[in-house]
Write a protein that binds this ligand. Structure first.
Ligand SMILES: O=c1nc[nH]c2c1ncn2[C@H]1C[C@H](O)[C@@H](COP(=O)(O)OP(=O)(O)OP(=O)(O)O)O1
Ligand SMILES: [Mg+2]
Length: 199
């Protein structure tokens, strides 16, 4: 089976990419599955695009093959777009999902239902040695719940209610999430490139 390397150490993202790519008979391989030990890549950019490019290009340079990276996050209107690009480390360098959720819920104390609008954003970068990078962006609109619910997914899923649903992303099955997510909405735009990988 054809393989594509995904420049991520996030197990939740890796699982979603495996599911998306399996439909094209491509195996998505994350950094934790490579034989090499790969140091954490410093995400020094100030935009999703910059960080996605940093991750994809540094691994593509190392592996000398095409590499896909995902930089994503949660943008909350009442917090002026925060945590945004800093979503993973919002409550500190330890990248703790629970601490991040607690911080968001704390900051939104007293913010009413109609003011809790937010979106997940995902920027994908494909780095191909010797070629310009390809970027695709997807989003998923919703609101921030008043408390956590659900066990599925990862990150901020337990507090994100997608528009049109009355449950959180973490209460959806992975199949349901993968139909509506920001990641899905970005990946569909790469379909032509993905299909070409199999030729
Ligand atoms: O579908 C999602 N459902 C819930 N939360 C999500 C989602 N997608 C991104 N997020 C959150 C998780 C993390 O707090 C940040 C991504 O940060 P981001 O730097 O892109 O990923 P990461 O550091 O976890 O892994 P890596 O850089 O190795 O891909 O946004
Ligand atoms: Mg990261």
């Amino acid at each position: 089976m054809k393989e594509i390397i995904i420049a991520t150490k996030n197990a939740g993202k890796a699982k979603e990419f495996k599911s998306f790519f399996s439909a094209y008979h491509i195996e998505a391989i994350s950094l934790s599955e490579l034989d090499k030990d790969i140091d954490d890549i410093e995400e020094t950019g100030t935009t999703f695009e910059e960080n996605a490019a940093i991750k994809a290009q540094s691994i593509a340079g190392m592996m000398r093959c095409p590499v896909l990276a995902d930089d994503s996050g949660l943008m909350i209107d009442a917090l002026n777009g925060r945590p945004g690009v800093y979503s993973a480390r919002y409550a500190g360098e330890q990248k703790d999902d629970q601490a991040n959720i607690d911080k968001v819920l704390y900051e939104l104390k007293g913010v009413g239902a109609s003011e809790r609008t937010a979106r997940f954003v995902c920027v994908l970068a494909v780095a191909i040695p010797g070629e310009p990078a390809i970027f695709k962006k997807g989003s998923c609109e919703g609101t921030i719940a008043f408390s956590e619910a659900g066990e599925n997914g990862f990150g901020y899923d337990p507090i994100f209610i997608p528009n049109g649903y009355n449950k959180t992303m973490a209460q959806l099955s992975s199949a349901e999430k993968n139909k509506i997510s920001h990641r899905k909405n970005a990946i569909v735009q790469l379909e032509d490139w993905v299909k070409n990988q199999n030729k």
